[in-house]
Structures are given as C-alpha cells and as structure tokens.
Design a protein around this ligand. Structure first.
Ligand SMILES: Cc1cc2nc3c(=O)[nH]c(=O)nc-3n(C[C@H](O)[C@H](O)[C@H](O)COP(=O)(O)O)c2cc1C
Ligand SMILES: O=C(O)C(=O)c1ccccc1
Length: 381
C-alpha cells in the first residue's frame, strides 16, 4: 500500500496546536493540575533512565543514500497476519481520565481513524468492552498487569478475547511501582481516587472477591491486585497455555530474557524501559534494541518503545531493527490538549515526519529501512 501522508481534520485552534514534543509538554503543563502533569511527564528516581533514552536517540546519526526516487514511500507493515499502513502502535497508558473526560474512548477512536493498533491498559478508566464498542473494527491489544489473584487476570483476558482484542501484552517490568519522586512529593495516588477502575468494577471475579460493595472496598481491591512481585517464567508459560491470542512481553531489555521467552513460546517482544518510569539507572531502551534484535533473529516481531518523540526517532528505532514502534507520552499530551483530534494530530505529525525522513534518507519501505545502517557516536558530552 502506498502512503504519502495522512490527512488530518483541522481543529479551530489549528494554528495553536504545538508541533514539537517540548511545546506539547509546555502546553500540557499549563492545562493540567500539577499532580496529573508530573505523573505523566515524570520518571523514576533521578530520571537517569529517561535521560538515557534521549541520549541513545541523539547518539545515532543517519547517512543518506540519495538519488533513488523517493516520490512514493510505502510505510506499511505486517504484524500477526494483519497489514497496517504505518509502523506505529499506541502504547498502553493507564487512567486516561486523568487527561480528558473521554479518556481511552477518545484515544481508541483516534487510533482506529488512523488505522494504528491500540493497546489498552489493565488500568484503563473505561472498560475494555466500552473501548471495543467505540472502536469495533480496529486492531486492539490488551495489556495485562498480572494480578496476585490469578483468576482475575485470566478473567480479564477471556473478556478481551470475547471483545475482539487481537493480542495480549504482558508487562513484566512493573512487579512493583517504580520510585517516582514527583508522585511521592505530591502524594499523588490516582488509583486511590478511582481512576483505574474501568476493567475491575464489572469483572465477575473481582466482584466475587469484594467483602462489601463500598467504594473503599473496591479501591482497596484494585490496590491489592495491582502488582505481582512473585511473577516468574512459570506465569508466562501459564498465560501461553491459557490463551490462543499472540502473547507479547513488554519490558524486555536483556537478550538472555529474550532467549528464555522464545523457549516459553512467546509471540513477540516490546523492548522498553517503561519510558523511564520503573527502574532508574537503566540502559536507554534504544541501546538495548540491537542486541535483542540480533538474538531474536527474526523468529518473532520485536516492537520498541521509550523516548520516541518524533518521526526521526521512529526512523532510528526501525533502522535498528524494530518491526514496529509504540508511542506513549506524545499521544497522551495530544489527548490533554484536544481530545480525540489532539491524539490524531500528534500521531499524524510524527507519522508525517517519518515519511519526510524516509524520503530524504533515500528509503522507500519499512523493509528497506530496517536494513540501513546508522552511525553511533562513541561518546557524548
Ligand atoms: C502516564 C503513563 C501511564 C502508563 N501506564 C502504563 C500501563 O498501564 N501499562 C503499561 O504496560 N505501560 C504503561 N506506561 C508505559 C507505556 O506503555 C510506554 O512503555 C512508555 O510510555 C513509552 O515511553 P514514551 O512515553 O517515552 O513513549 C505508561 C506510561 C505513561 C506515560
Ligand atoms: O504509571 C505507569 O507507568 C504505570 O504503568 C502504572 C503502574 C501501576 C499503577 C499505576 C500506573
């Protein structure tokens, strides 16, 4: 399929809509209460992991090969037997009522309009069924935080299967919450305020385990079920046996883990450090990518996230071997600024910059892009 650019619907404040990541962030800082803003923007600890993500992107440079007629570029990819017109995927981001009253409904609709796969978080504000209802025809993945109450996770996975979700993403880097100084300083705890209740409140297993029907009781239920510090490879194997959907592991950074996962029959990876929000002091996600791509050796798709803020960033991740790239904070900022249209606007800008970058770099397809070589600077000041 040929792609030039995606058309976007103009908004009333078209001229005002920020283009750069920095400007998006600045506008969101103005619009949101401080707690919400810091929660979205911030990372763990000293935010070294967040900085490492950016340093990794900035340490790679492109060396274009020219005069190849790039008037037509094809950005389509194939993933789990489906073709998608772009290599972009929406990363799972919990509690979207923190950003906009339409929350995940707006994001899922935007993703559907753009024909990009959408990943819904376990911790969504709206339920997986409500999301499926507003975006029935798009490709949707369901992200799982494996609960200490295993039956609850399995119940959510069955519901996702019934609602037409096409893959399960098991996030493995959040067995406990990262040390987020911004949230700690402000005592910001959105789960305690009910923002993450979408998938819990109507779940039959969750309801069965409530001792009474009070608000405090169900918030307590969510908090108790959230993390699973005992998680091991045995859970991964159990999940593989339970569902027929492809299972992706999100949060992989070490090639040994990728090899173990392949032995467990895993269907794909998301190389990620959670946007620097979990373990501080971690390798830039982009620096972890080439080694994992090498070890996986084309057996299953390798997706990537953490720190992609532009089309050039996406280009670099694809050039280092990612099969597709996931976007987190940028679309969340679009959601704050202009709801569904804001999400479309941000993703379209990133996409259009990817197309421009491909044309100027002499690359006509994602397959070609995945084969080109980047130059890595040895050190940076
Ligand atoms: C506000 C926020 C909430 C998030 N919630 C989840 C979540 O519920 N589940 C999950 O697997 N990842 C979650 N993530 C991580 C994203 O899926 C993704 O890994 C990360 O945002 C990528 O980095 P980027 O923001 O630099 O694109 C969240 C990220 C943000 C910014
Ligand atoms: O904020 C996050 O990144 C996230 O994934 C999360 C995990 C547990 C509780 C709340 C948010």
């Amino acid at each position: 399929m040929e792609n030039q650019s995606i058309e976007i619907i103009d908004t009333d404040n078209e001229k005002m809509f920020p283009i750069t990541y920095k400007d998006l962030e600045a506008m969101v800082e103005e619009k949101l209460p401080k707690g919400n803003y810091e929660y979205i923007r911030g990372g763990a600890g000293s935010e070294q992991t967040m900085r490492n993500n950016r340093i990794a992107f900035e340490s790679y440079s492109l060396v274009p090969q020219l005069l190849k007629d790039t008037s037509q570029v094809n950005t389509s990819i194939s993933l789990f037997n489906r073709t998608h017109p772009t290599p972009f995927i929406f990363a799972p981001v919990g509690m979207n009522l923190l950003e906009h009253p339409d929350g995940e409904l707006a994001v899922a609709k935007a993703a559907s309009n753009l024909n990009m796969p959408y990943s819904l978080s376990t911790l969504s504000s709206y339920s997986l069924e409500e999301v499926a209802q507003v975006a029935p025809n798009s490709t949707k993945f369901f992200q799982v935080y494996w609960s200490v109450n295993e039956e609850l996770s399995l119940s959510m996975i069955s519901r996702a299967e019934d609602a037409g979700y096409k893959a399960i993403i098991l996030t493995i880097d959040t067995t406990t919450m990262g040390w987020r100084e911004g949230d700690l300083k402000q005592n910001f705890s959105p789960i305690s305020q009910g923002y993450a209740k979408g998938n819990y409140i109507n779940d039959p297993i969750f309801q069965m385990n409530l001792t009474n029907g009070t608000y405090e009781n169900y918030i307590d239920g969510i908090l108790k079920n959230l993390h699973h510090p005992h998680l091991t490879w045995a859970h991964v194997e159990k999940l593989k046996k339970y569902t027929n959907l492809p299972v992706l592991l999100k949060g992989i950074l070490h090639p040994n883990d990728a090899l173990k996962a392949l032995e467990s029959g895993i269907d794909g990876f998301i190389v990620s450090n959670h946007g620097g929000r979990q373990l501080d002091g971690v390798i830039g996600s982009l620096d972890a990518l080439p080694d994992i791509v090498k070890h996986v050796n084309g057996k299953v798709p390798v997706l990537f996230d953490s720190g992609i803020y532009s089309g050039v960033d996406a280009f670099k991740a694809l050039a280092l071997g990612a099969d597709a790239v996931c976007i987190g904070r940028p679309y969340v900022y679009g959601l704050v600024i202009a709801g569904e249209q804001g999400v479309e606007r941000v993703m379209t800008n990133i996409y259009n910059e990817l197309v421009t970058t491909m044309k100027l770099a002499g690359v006509r397809s994602i397959d070609e892009l995945r084969k080109i070589e980047l130059v890595k600077r040895k050190s940076h000041i």
